[in-house]
Write a protein that binds this ligand. Sequence first.
Ligand code: SF4
Length: 279
Amino acid sequence: MSKLKIAELFYSIQGEGRYMGVPSVFLRTFGCNFTCSGFGMPRGEMSAERDAIAERMVEFRDYNELPLVSTGCDSYASWDPRFKDLSPMLETDAIVDRIMQILPHRRWEDEHLVITGGEPLLGWQRAYPNLLDHPSMHRLKEITFETNGTQPLSPEFKEYLLKWRAQREITFSVSAKLPGSGEQWSEAILPEVVCEYEQVGYTYLKLVVATEQDLADAEQAVLEYRTAGFTGPVYVMPVGGVERVYTLNNRAVAEMAMRKGWRYSDRLQVPLFKNEWGT
Ligand code: SF4
């Protein structure tokens, strides 16, 4: 039996990308290869909000008690080692049991599974076949991996997914990290990795933008992905894990999308649920 370290497992409405509005189970794995401390900060500066929260760690007994942040990665507790004790290591059977408990009909109907993070395509790839092959998961028809697009698929997992998709739908929602995230271009924009996802499932780019500089970076990134052979759609999405930041730039980002002929992705979880944990 395989195990996964789970930061969050919850049922909500998918707020972003291709499946916006679809009832979905979110399985948030622990661990990421980035920190994305630049989100919401002036270019070149890094958020210290996470550090301030970590200093108050004794106050928090549960993941859902952690404060939301307006700068940096809004799912910081799903990868920062200082918060790791809030994410239990669970066997896949136990995860499936929890999924069945939170589905409204106690079985898969029209819901969709989102495997997110952190970065869900780190070492956990080896555990997913065990999870997806569980008898209670056989009715599941649609799955999305929300990834930063930097992790190649292992040959074994790629082969598994190619078989899994024979009668089902696999999506890779690739939120590639532009320089506004604080990450290095050479480590974040890896077109060959994303082109490989396209061989396995429906794949799109979902780029977080706030400023004209972000938009210029997005154009350059899209050019590099296209040059490498990527054919999927491009979404732009407003920055903003909290409502006051999101509402500052959602319309401007929608207008950027129209100018470029790209798709606009909302963050429905922000206006609907204030982006609280578990939404
Ligand atoms: S890649 Fe995603 S989960 Fe990882 S630090 Fe960046 S925003 Fe957070």
